[in-house]
Design a binder for this molecule. Sequence first.
Ligand code: DC
Length: 656
Amino acid sequence: MMDALSLSPASWAAGTVRLPGSKSISNRSLLLAALASGETEIRGLLDSEDTRVMLAALATLGVSIVPCGPDVLRVTGGAGSFPVKEADLFLGNAGTAFRSLTAALALSGGHYHLSGVARMHERPIADLVDSLRGLGADIRYLGAEGFPPLAIFPARETPSGELRIGVRGDVSSQFLTALLMALPLMGRTTQIEVIGELISKPYIEITLNLMARFGIDVTRSGWQHFSIAAGQGGKSPGLLYVEGDASSASYFLAAGAIGGGPVRVEGIGRNSIQGDLRFTEALQQMGADVEMGDNHVVVRAPRSGKLKAIDADFNHIPDAAMTLAVLALFADGVSTLRNIASWRVKETDRIAAMATELAKLGATVEEGADYLSVTPPARLNRDVAIDTYDDHRMAMCFSLAALGGVPLVINDPGCVAKTYPGYFEDFARIAAPVIAIDGPSASGKGTVASLVAGRLGFNCLDSGSLYRLTALAAARAGLPLDDEIRVAQVAATLPAQFAAGRVMLSGEDVTDAIRAEECSQGASIVATLPDVRKALLERQRAYRRAPGLVAEGRDMGSMVFPDAVLKVFLTASAEARAERRYKQLIEKGMSANIASLLQDLQERDARDAARSVAPLQQCADALLLDTTDLSVEQAVAAVLEWQEALRRPRAASGLP
Ligand code: DC
């Protein structure tokens, strides 16, 4: 596992992220499916440490869980009981698994031992244990009173008739969630009274929503009384889709608000049952442009360019509110997050951790028992090393600071595996948008690409030069250019370097050599070999890094960077291209004949368009830029104008 991850300064965030499944929905669904009658197929389940903990625990308890296809599982329900009556369960730092299994096991008539990591043993559980004891459960503390680890024994007899219990609601809503999901096991009508103001209410809504899908009806009056009628054991709905994780979405949505956008997340939308979707309301209050679809959300920066400071109660979105604390670094004044005391009993004391790390970046932070005020610095401090406290959300939130254009280090980045193992790969893509430019030979795409890259401070990839270099290196090695296997080996191991506008092969400057006609011919031959294209694929993708990449060449938008945020097909009439090439050659003091140049180009166009591998064609989602009557400057300006337009709300962008 990596100790630290360096993030490059980024400036523009744009692109699409397919969200991993919701942790809250995944773990609730697994437990409900395990306790229900019938078989449940769960699709889109999150694969992360917290869900693996739950899956492993259920497997230990004898529940049959069979994977069938990527992120699809089939769970056979035990109709109200776990097959294994005696087990020792290690639950890591997964709060959702620990609390809900404590309740379910305490009411299921077995003998169990539940423990977790050291931090889990510092997270209070007394309120839940007290409520369960009120139902006759026999739970004992094995360490400090009021905290895990726990020993659970079969429950004692409870008085007959309707049961009434109380549960504190102001420390963690997971206690109420755990009780609600376990109470059907009692087989009796049960009334729950919430003591104290219930926090994080939207998480209870997720619980009730999923229970309803398993046919368990909970009636409630306000957020104080809940009641579950007798005889509702839970019945599998058959098939259950897990939505994308709305808390995980917050990082990308925030990135769009800071870094221009558009950033599109897929897997949540207006019909989502997750409360953290309301994070988008906070973004709107800060001035960001939010577009909501059935199963996607798109965010762009405010039209004014500057985010407004926010002062509000975030009790309903405690997890996503962490993202707002980092977003506050980019706001126009002091932001205050109120009513967030639950942060103190999460993976770490999140109020303290957030205050410490924001201060490192230069913010002035005021920390209260249940609030946090953040005054952004004039400029973020560079090269700060962020500590993450074994808290996935600390690591994910703070990656956003890189969008302030500062290099930054995230310590112990692997902690994101708790809920989002692929987070940093997804963030890296969003923080390094690609502009793909293709077009016929001599259309000027190389010149335009390198000027656009220069203007934006982006990396530039001239992919044609890799094919040219491959042809040159293969010819020098005496290989026939159609020897696919060996030419592909050459491509995979090209000792090529690009520096200061020069192209080097094994230390030799071949900038001019690869432009020679012979090499162009060779390149067009090797470029038709599928193995050669495959060998160059990862090499080309490696050019993508923050703050972005302009990639020029044949299949940049279709194969190499299909997620490019802007695809341009740059062309000009054959006559105009022949004339440009003619002028170039004459300027270099070479002899040239315009008629034969035109003929060459026309023949090459025909060959390029007809070839079966990566033929020359305009991608369906590419914008056409005809430069026949444009100067290079005008063509560059047109591409930059499209890039700007992307960040404007769709209706105002002028883009098709
Ligand atoms: O863009 P260029 O003229 O430097 O490209 C040289 C050859 O390589 C040309 O035949 C097109 C081909 N090529 C390709 O097939 N795929 C790319 N991404 C870039 C170039």
